[in-house]
Write a protein that binds this ligand. Sequence first.
Ligand code: GDP
Length: 206
Amino acid sequence: MEINSAKYLISNVDVKACPKPDKPEFAFIGRSNVGKSSLINMLTNNGKLAKTSGSPGKTQHINHFLINHDWYLVDLPGYGYAKVSRNQRKEFGKMISAYLQERENLMCVFVLIDSRLKPQEIDLDFLRQLGEWGIPFNVVFTKADKNTQSETAKNAKNFIHKMKEEWEYIPRSFITSSVKYLGRKDMLHYIGELIDQYYNGDDEGA
Ligand code: GDP
């Protein structure tokens, strides 16, 4: 799939105010600073679609973008941002959990993991929660250019290994770099396949 158009639609804090769920939707989430905005900009080939770093205030909403007039890309607030109050964090938690559980057109959540780090409990906790809610997700390792290829591969493998301790089925993961445009083609191809399934039904082998 290529991206021909990407348009900002709406930011809000209430799942009920999100656009009508009449198109397949893909959400992006991860710890603050994981590289989410950069990844969204890289995927959509638009340097400014999602705001990049520095101002967490702007990223505490559910942000909807319309892509190619036929699917929604959603930029969710980063979790684990140290500088917000416990109360604010609780509100984010409520907002995100309502969004994730109520959004019927959600095809999958891309959970972003910093490829430079050892497996972090906060990320594993979030995946556990998605599992409990039965929400499909894929793991996206970010900032792969910041390390050697073998170091990145090792960290990704460690993370998957950690997941295998509690998951029977490990969904597909992607290794990305927004600087090098790494992983873009694979992710867009994957999204394209799910969009086809949404509009045409799963005709693989049918
Ligand atoms: P967000 O808070 O998750 O949206 O993260 P941002 O996209 O704002 O990125 C946080 C910081 O990491 C910024 O300084 C980005 O320039 C940097 N960054 C993000 N992605 C990459 C990447 O793939 N490679 C490198 N080298 N830096 C990145």
